[in-house]
Design a protein around this ligand. Structure first.
Ligand code: NDP
Length: 327
């Protein structure tokens, strides 16, 4: 059997954490043969609730679980960690300005970045789920100078999966028939779900749906899906977000299938005109635990404008956190 992998989940007592931990424990993320040591990081006020989740995880008697610990100290929680799922973040409160939100999260992600820098394992990699996810990843990376910045990514897989599901529903195909869809930019309402390279059962998606549907229904629906779920459920999406975090990490570690991509927000290397260093979503393939931004895609005028708008929003967030001294 393989050696246990240490996985640190922050915001572990939250809604997403509750759904996420059970999936990891079952082997859905790292595979059926890989034992996991789960580390749950919470703020002091929520460690008791996290202990309750640990009791339930124990009661699951998961054969792959090789350790279960709760922490309120990031330095201890990330010591020796191989994988970080950074879910806990400060939600925007009533009347909170964007600068206050960025600065509250800057406090959280700078400390965690430092802890990762000081103690995480050499192969450490992280996905940030807590919003503003892309910029939180940028902050964490900038406080971990000894860890390659490429190991700090942010989650756009939920947007990707939502887009796959919408395109499948529209065309009557199964979700497994949809390939090469891409999310570009920020995990926010400005994101660009792109079907110009997608195929549905091998047929170009743009042969099956019209431009009006793409611009007026598909893109807004994917971008506003979180609000649609809140309106129906009375609470924000949690199990689907947890599922997407599992998928993000599963694909990163285990590889994308031949002929398909996933979407990940990763530090830009300048590809597609996205300024270097901004954590922006791209289509990526993965193999051997490494991701590669898909190169050479043709970007039409409509796509260009959408990507540029979302990247401009990211640049604005980056300037704001730089102005606050957080990166
Ligand atoms: P959730 O578990 O529902 O959400 C956690 C984060 O994920 C939020 O920032 C949320 O953003 C974000 N998110 C990203 N994508 C999605 C999506 N598609 N749908 C829903 N959320 C998404 O929040 P809870 O309030 O239930 O739990 C947060 C926990 O984090 C609390 O237990 C708190 O104590 C903890 N926390 C821990 C910290 C730490 O470990 N140091 C620091 C701060 C908080 P959005 O707000 O935009 O919905």
């Amino acid at each position: 059997p393989s050696a246990p992998v240490t996985v640190t989940v922050t915001g572990a007592a939250g809604q997403i954490g509750y759904a996420l931990l059970f999936r990891i424990a079952s082997g859905a993320m790292l595979g059926a043969g890989v034992p996991v040591r789960l580390r749950l990081l919470e703020i002091p006020a929520a460690t008791k609730a996290a202990e309750g989740t640990v009791m339930e995880l124990m009661d699951g008697a998961f054969p792959l679980v090789a350790g279960l610990d709760v922490f309120d100290d990031p330095a201890k929680a990330f010591d020796g960690a191989n994988i970080g799922l950074l879910v806990g973040a400060r939600p925007r409160g009533p009347g909170m300005e964007r600068a206050d939100l960025l600065s509250a999260n800057g406090g959280i992600f700078s400390v965690q970045g430092q802890a990762i820098n000081d103690g995480a394992a050499a192969d450490f990699r992280a996905v940030v789920v807590g919003n503003p996810a892309n910029t939180n990843a940028l902050i964490a990376a900038s406080h971990a100078p000894d860890v390659p910045a490429s190991r700090f990514t942010a989650m756009t897989r939920l947007d990707h999966s939502r887009a796959v599901a919408q395109l499948a529903a529209k065309t009557g195909a199964g979700v497994g028939g949809v390939r090469r869809l891409a999310i570009w930019g920020n995990h926010s309402a400005s994101q660009y779900p792109d079907i110009t390279h997608a195929t549905v059962d091998g047929v170009p998606a743009t042969d099956l749906v019209g431009q009006a549907w793409i611009a007026d229904e598909f893109i807004p629906r994917v971008a506003q899906r979180g609000a649609e779920v809140i309106a129906a459920r009375g609470a924000s999406s949690a199990a689907s977000a947890a599922n997407a975090a599992v998928e993000h990490m599963r694909l990163w570690v285990q590889g994308t299938p031949e002929g398909d991509w996933t979407s990940m927000a990763v530090p830009s290397d300048g590809s597609y005109g996205v300024p270097e260093g901004l954590v922006s979503s791209f289509p990526v393939t993965t193999a051997g635990g490494e991701y590669t931004i898909v190169q050479g895609l043709e970007v039409d005028g409509f796509s260009r404008a959408r990507i540029d708008a979302s990247v401009a929003e990211l640049a604005g967030e980056s300037d704001a956190v730089a102005g606050l001294g957080l990166i």
